[in-house]
Design a protein around this ligand. Structure first.
Ligand SMILES: Nc1ncnc2c1ncn2[C@@H]1O[C@H](COP(=O)(O)OP(=O)(O)OP(=O)(O)O)[C@@H](O)[C@H]1O
Length: 861
């Protein structure tokens, strides 16, 4: 079985004993007077703990950004200034190294190599890596693939590199061998990383397989039965250490992806000289929360890791403070390190690792405070217990200790003052910030109250938008409604127009049929009156032709209008004894049914006047004249006139009263010549009269001082305002005079009436007793004459007052028209005036007209 390090050391060294508790810092140990190197490295009163700071690179992505570090190394390379938010702190150490400026090789040579050299000559040295997780402890201790760490460099330094010099010359460390023990302190248990429960063998042959780690007990200040490897080839041993180092328990934490969860201790004994090197890579000194450990077990683990750190911290403080009791036994780590502190041959090199990350500032400060305290440990000159000068040495030790303590106290006081100042500044800064916050808060309240009861501008805008949308919708709805109503109205109007057009078409059709019947009757009459064909044939046939021409041919683009053409000579035959001057009396009173085609362009001027539809009658009351004008065919002529009038009645009860005289001279001439004393009457409806009054002139007086009076019935629901006759009366005639004439014309027995004052808003009638004083010239003016409107007595039936045909002896009953009056919408044709009646009627036409069922005529008296 291979010897354990402890047993080996027993063989080569005198066991170091723990110093008396009352004189802890005297580090009683066996004096080695034979080793001058030890004397050199441990001068009396020297600090046994050397503290070096090692600042790692900027971690990860921050590396390239080269941030401004909060750590600043003074040019003396011993003082490190830590810049806080407010103020800074300086820490004076034995040396400071930045990994950015000094790689591991440089660092090793500068701060570690001298210690290793001492070990080679028999000195004892403990190198501890202390610091928070991720600060680079393991990196410094073990290095990486590019740069070997302290462990491998030390081995190389102690044993020498066999591969470097094969020439057979003297190599460093030839003949030297080392014994290496690798321990792991995890969860306050010591494990032997070189042995395994399932491996079954030690020595150079490393544990095979994946057996569990062997737990070791502590005996005294050493691990009992710890395995070791011994050898003189640094390369081989380094490889083995590399392997077992991987057996350490690591875990990913917030601070480090591969965080060491255990303390690792590599004990390197150089038996030939009695030198010993203890390399301790401590677990991170982070607190539980920062490690991000979750769960009870994990937290317990972190707590136990910290237990080693805390115990070591207490040991350092205790030694530095000169306590009578140093709590080495508080943890397995401090138990194993007890020799390192107590042996006066032993030196401690504490490497404080720190990260330049500003987030780590507090951990860095804690680490540096810890190192500063460790640095205060003072070891007095070696004084064996049985030394004669023990008292004097004790006094020296005490003096140096007091000096160190004073120094430490001064430093603490300075730090305390510095902290006080920082505290004041922080308090002031805090006060200032609080004032700013209060100001901002009051500003916020003012703004809130300005906006009014918590209503923000956005809310107001939102409400305005909502209201706008609502109004828009309402407007659109109303527009739609209006549009729909307009469409309905248009549609209704369209239907009404269509119905009206249809109705008019039907009426036109019926009229046409009626005219055809008349034509037929005319032809029949021709056959009956063959003997008088010389004159009448031409007359009748031409009239028939005329009628056929009117309704048979319709000229496209022309508007058809029915009109009485009183000046058309065609239907009439000139008498042999008639001269041109005789024409008016003979042919002036002629009724010809004709169609007048008018160009549509002329409609414009005609539309200005409301189209008046009248029925036109002309009655000759002078039998003499009548007979002289038509001595042979009085009945026939009268009948013809009646017929024509009936046609107009058929066409519409309202025809235009067209008796405007184009030339007054001619008019008066015609009147004179034709029938100066005939009581001609031509009356329009009330409504017509009103419109006619506008355009009519004041009636012209005849040469004999007479004026025309048109007599009609008042239009009402029962009757349609029939035209009665035209009377010629003296200028100064009264209504009484007029009544006499009308009575003569009407059948006075049955036709009681009263005069209606047209134009009177009350529609009053003229009392009979006033008729004698009411002049006819006061009557409303109508077409060059005066209009007398008669209101029939109540219950009186209006009869037609057309002149009777001589053949018609008995009056016909009034028969209602089978057709509704056709409203004449065509332009008003040139006025036609019936100047004479009967003399221009074809004798053939009279009987036919007289038999027309629509006519109800009364015989003239
Ligand atoms: N000086 C440096 N240069 C380059 N990389 C470094 C340096 N120091 C540390 N690192 C890297 O930082 C990471 C953490 O380092 P390391 O494991 O040594 O920290 P640690 O202090 O041992 O942490 P823990 O206590 O958790 O084990 C590693 O990946 C390491 O390679």
């Amino acid at each position: 079985m291979a010897p354990t390090p402890s047993s080996a050391s027993k063989q080569t060294q005198t066991q170091i004993r723990t110093p008396q508790s009352k004189n802890r810092l005297n580090f009683n140990s066996t004096r080695n007077n034979n080793n001058p190197a030890i004397e050199q490295h441990n001068p009396p009163g020297e600090h046994p703990v050397e503290v070096i700071g090692r600042i790692r690179n900027h971690p990860g992505e921050q590396k390239d950004k080269n941030p401004i570090s909060y750590l600043h190394i003074n040019p003396d390379n011993k003082t490190l200034r830590v810049r806080a938010d407010i103020g800074y702190r300086d820490f004076t150490l034995d040396g400071i190294s930045s990994s950015e400026e000094e790689d591991l090789d440089t660092f090793y040579k500068k701060f570690v190599q001298s210690r290793i050299n001492g070990v080679k000559t028999g000195a004892k040295c403990t190198i501890m890596m202390y610091g928070p997780t991720g600060a680079g402890k393991s990196h410094t201790m073990f290095g990486c693939s590019k740069q070997p760490g302290i462990v491998y460099r030390s081995l190389k330094d102690i044993l020498g590199d066999l591969g470097e010099d094969d020439s057979g010359g003297e190599r460093l460390g030839i003949g030297t061998f080392v014994q290496v023990t690798v321990l792991e302190i995890y969860n306050e248990e010591i494990y032997d990383l070189l042995s395994s429960n399932g491996a079954g063998g030690f020595g150079i042959g490393w544990p095979k397989g994946n057996g569990s780690k062997v737990k070791l007990e502590v005996m005294g200040k050493k691990a009992k039965n710890a395995a070791f490897i011994s050898g003189s080839e640094a390369g081989k041993i380094s490889k083995e250490i590399q392997k077992v180092e991987k057996r350490r328990i690591v875990k990913s934490t917030l601070c480090n992806e591969r965080s060491s969860r255990s303390h690792c201790m590599i004990i390197l004994d150089v038996p030939t000289v009695g030198g010993r090197l203890m390399l301790v890579d401590m677990a991170g000194s982070e607190n539980i929360d920062q490690a991000g450990q979750v769960g009870f077990e994990a937290k317990m683990q972190t707590a136990k890791i910290n237990q080693g750190n805390i115990a070591l911290k207490r040991v350092v403080e205790s030694i530095a403070n000169g306590d009578s009791h140093v709590p080495f036994r508080d943890s397995k780590l401090t138990m194993l390190l007890q020799d390192s502190f107590e042996d006066d041959q032993s030196k401690i090199l504490m490497i404080l690792c720190a990260s330049p990350d500003p987030k780590e500032i507090h951990k860095t400060i804690c680490t540096l405070e810890y190192g500063a305290k460790a640095k205060c440990i003072v070891r007095g000159p070696h004084t064996p217990l049985n030394d004669k000068n023990e008292d004097s040495s004790s006094a020296v030790n005490l003096g140096s200790r007091l000096a160190a303590m004073d120094q430490f106290i001064n430093k603490l006081q300075m730090e305390s003052k510095q902290r006080e100042r920082e505290k004041d500044e922080a308090r002031k800064a805090l006060q200032k910030k609080e004032e700013e916050v209060a100001a901002l808060r009051s500003l916020l309240e003012v703004k809130g109250s300005c906006l009014g009861s918590g209503v923000t501008e956005d809310e107001i805008n939102m409400k305005v938008n909502e209201r706008t949308q609502m109004l828009k919708l309402e407007l659109e709805k109303k527009l739609d409604e209006c549009k729909r109503m307009a469409e309905e109205f248009v549609e209704m109007e369209r239907r009404r127009m269509e119905e009206r057009i249809l109705q008019q078409q039907e009426e036109v059709e019926m009229l046409r049929k009626r005219l055809q019947e008349i034509e037929f009757e005319l032809r029949s009459s021709k056959d009956v009156n063959e003997e008088s064909e010389s004159s009448n044939e031409l007359d009748g046939s031409s009239f028939a032709k005329r009628l056929v021409g009117i309704y048979g041919d319709e000229v496209p683009g022309m508007v058809m209008s029915m009109e009485l053409d009183m000046n058309d000579p065609e239907p009439y035959v000139h008498a042999a004894n008639q001269s041109e001057t005789d024409f008016p009396p003979q042919f002036g009173i002629k009724a010809g049914l004709t169609t007048v085609y008018e160009e549509e362009e002329t409609e414009e001027e005609d539309e200005e006047v409301e189209k008046v539809i009248i029925e036109e009658k002309r009655i000759c009351s002078n039998e003499k004249t009548f007979e002289s004008a038509t001595p042979t065919q009085p009945d026939s002529d009268t009948s013809r006139l009646l017929r024509i009038q009936n046609i107009f009645t058929l066409c519409g009860n309202q025809r235009e009263l067209s008796q405007q005289t184009r030339t007054p001279a001619k008019s008066s001439a015609i009147t004179e010549t034709v029938e100066p004393h005939w009581p001609f009457v031509m009356v329009a409806d009330d409504s017509v009269v009103r419109s006619l009054n506008k355009e009519n002139q004041i009636p012209d007086e005849c040469t004999d001082g007479q004026v025309d009076v048109y007599v009609k019935w008042e239009s009402s629901k029962e009757n349609s305002g029939k035209f009665i006759t035209t009377l010629k009366v003296a200028n100064d005639a009264t209504l009484a005079d007029l009544r006499k004439l009308i009575d003569i014309y009407l059948d006075v027995d049955n036709q009681a009436f009263s005069f209606l004052v047209l134009g009177d808003p009350t529609g009053a009638t003229v009392p009979k007793e006033n008729e004698a004083i009411f002049k006819a010239s006061k009557l409303p003016i109508c077409n060059n004459g005066y209009l007398a409107c008669l209101r029939p007595a109540k219950g009186l039936q209006i009869t037609n007052h057309l002149p009777l045909s001589p053949l018609q002896l008995t009056p016909l009953p009034l028969t209602p028209l089978p057709l509704t009056p056709l409203e004449n919408k065509l332009p008003l044709a040139a006025s036609t005036r019936l100047l004479n009646q009967g003399d221009d009627l074809s004798p053939k036409l009279s009987p036919h007209l007289s038999t027309t069922p629509f006519i109800n005529a009364r015989r003239r008296r």
